[in-house]
Design a protein around this ligand. Sequence first.
Ligand code: HEC
Length: 119
Amino acid sequence: MKSHILLLAAAILAGPAFAQDAPKGDAAKGEKLFMADGCWQCHGVGGNGAALTGPKLSQTALPFEAFLHQLRRPAAEMAPYEAAIVPDSAAADIYAFLKSRPASPDLKDLPLLQGMGVK
Ligand code: HEC
């Protein structure tokens, strides 16, 4: 009985830790993992997305929990990545890399498209 109360107290004290933001990841490591784990093949180098294979991931608005959930239990066609392949710490590194990506330029700022009359 006493141990139950201790466990409960520990859970209450630990509670806020679960509500914290993404674990600190290493963006440089994350970039290497993004390439080594093959994410780029569908999501584009730098996570810029590719029309036919995978959505843009750079500067993802997903909270880390949702990002991790997509890896473990993908929403649709993406293959799952189990923790043995991409541990939580590696996922945090990839997440940090994607969050660190620069914003995409406006289409009107791309010289190639300017020549084609895109406004
Ligand atoms: C074979 C292609 C493919 C590979 C490889 C792949 N993905 Fe995906 N990913 C997708 C597709 C397609 C979706 C759209 C949702 C779905 O199918 O589950 C997606 C969705 C996502 C999303 C959700 C995006 C959003 O805004 O909802 C995340 C996050 C993601 N992928 C991360 C990764 C990471 C990290 C890797 C590498 C460890 C990876 N993916 C590898 C195809 C891929």
